[in-house]
Design a protein. Structure first.
Length: 413
């Protein structure tokens, strides 16, 4: 739990870990197998690919790295345009700061906070290379509409699935719905690989091969001269006074080391067995919160569109503009009732790094209005106890009923 200052903390752990995870770590440590790039990783990736319905799943050390590597596959060129959602965690778009491309922020759908397909379509130009979106809080974006637009215009789509593991979209899994997908297994996420970790999923074999080389700093073209080789190495390769003794390789794609450790992968594998239970627990907490919200007409729940199963990474609702209580008052009163509140996320186009590239208030009016005045997040992590959940729903009910009574008195006056 993040702190005991609160009766209901906003937990920094998004999943439950138990004896099975501890046994998996012990087994990995006690075996004489390497602690990197071994059988646990292979098994975790195979299982993840099956579950997601993709040809390839490649694990890495974080969601941030997954996004860096996933975005590198887009082969962005100077002058390319990328359409991106502003309502996500900064890591979704951060890699774009390294590319000489123009980012065009789309607006969001006020019912889900996901990229609004109409806004995406209005931003397409002949220069558009890619669309970057998130499944905000665990509600899959309108992928049928987005993929139709993308295919019509020959544009690639990357889905940030950091929140979406365990959810579904018309029977399919997020991670299989676009060209490239990135997941996070950070401590706060729906499952974890010992606190940090991530995954990239792709259908294309050539991309999987490329990702594999980059993440493990492998060369994609080899020039080797070893001691004992039949030909002598050129003079400039010789260490003064000694025979050359190094492999020498030419690397076309700059690589990195982003290999998930074996104990992390072993835990990930066990966590996948728990996934249904973890999501069921999130959904049960969400249902309890929903029972309270339904009673008050001046708040509205985030939509779960038909065919979508919300993984409830975040629990989000909205305070209507004429509610008689402002969003900030509501947040403040819940804090005073002992509920730890975190609001997610400040619209990215208004962060200093994006403003420095010319982005301004007014660019995404819906995202800005919702963030400034309407959206609220509540804790709904599976680690919350029954006592936490009871306190949460009572505190929420108390705050909303006080506002309701004030509204009624105002209406009578
Ligand atoms: C939407 C989103 N994308 C990316 C990330 C980055 O993941 P990580 O913390 O594993 O680097 C996060 C998590 O914090 C996230 O919420």
């Amino acid at each position: 739990m993040s702190t005991d200052r609160y009766l209901v903390p906003y937990p920094g752990r998004g999943s439950i870990l138990g004896a099975a995870e501890a046994a998996a770590v012990s087994a990995a440590l006690e075996s004489d197998q390497p602690l990197s790039a071994g059988t646990h990783r292979e098994a975790f990736e195979r299982r993840f690919a099956e579950l997601t319905g993709v040809r390839h799943a490649l694990s890495v050390t974080s969601g941030t790295v997954a996004l860096q590597l996933g975005i590198s596959l887009l082969d962005l060129q100077p002058g390319d345009e990328v359409i991106a959602t502003p309502q996500t965690y900064k890591a979704t778009l951060q890699p774009l700061l390294e590319y000489p491309v123009r980012v065009r922020f789309c607006d969001v759908d006020a019912r889900t906070l996901n990229a609004d397909p109409a806004s995406v379509e209005s931003l397409i130009t002949p220069r558009t290379r890619a669309i970057l979106l998130v499944h905000y809080g665990g509600v899959t974006a309108d992928m049928d509409a987005i993929m139709r637009i993308a295919r019509e215009h020959g544009v690639l789509v990357l889905e940030d699935c950091a929140h979406a593991l365990g959810g579904s979209y018309h029977g399919r899994r997020p991670g299989s719905l676009a060209d490239i997908a990135c997941f996070s297994f950070h401590s706060s996420k729906n499952i974890t690989t010992l606190g940090e970790g991530g995954m990239v999923t792709v259908h294309r074999d050539d991309w999987a091969h490329r990702l594999d080389l980059i993440r493990s700093n492998e060369s994609d073209s080899v020039y080797v001269r070893r001691v004992g080789a039949r030909q002598d190495p050129p003079g400039w390769m010789l260490h003064p006074g000694r025979a050359h003794s190094h492999d020498c390789a030419r690397i076309r794609h700059p690589g990195t080391n982003a290999v998930l450790s074996e104990p992390g992968a072993a835990v990930g594998l066990v966590q996948l067995d728990r996934l249904d239970h973890l999501i069921a627990r999130r959904r049960a907490i969400a249902a309890r919160i929903g029972e309270v919200l339904e009673r008050y007409p001046f708040v509205r729940m985030i939509a779960e569109p038909e065919g979508v199963v919300n993984a409830y990474h975040l629990y989000t609702f909205f305070v209507e503009p004429d509610a008689g209580i402002t969003r900030d008052q509501l947040v403040d009163r819940l804090e005073r009732q002992g509920v730890e509140m975190r609001l997610r996320y400040f619209p990215l186009h208004l962060l200093p790094e994006w403003r420095a590239r010319g982005h301004r208030p007014g660019e995404c009016p819906t995202a800005e209005r919702l963030w400034a005045r309407e959206q609220v997040n509540l804790p709904c992590q599976p680690v919350l106890s029954e006592r936490h959940v009871s306190h949460l729903v009572h505190a929420l009910d108390r705050v909303l009923s006080t506002a309701d009574t004030a509204n009624r008195a105002l209406a009578r006056a």
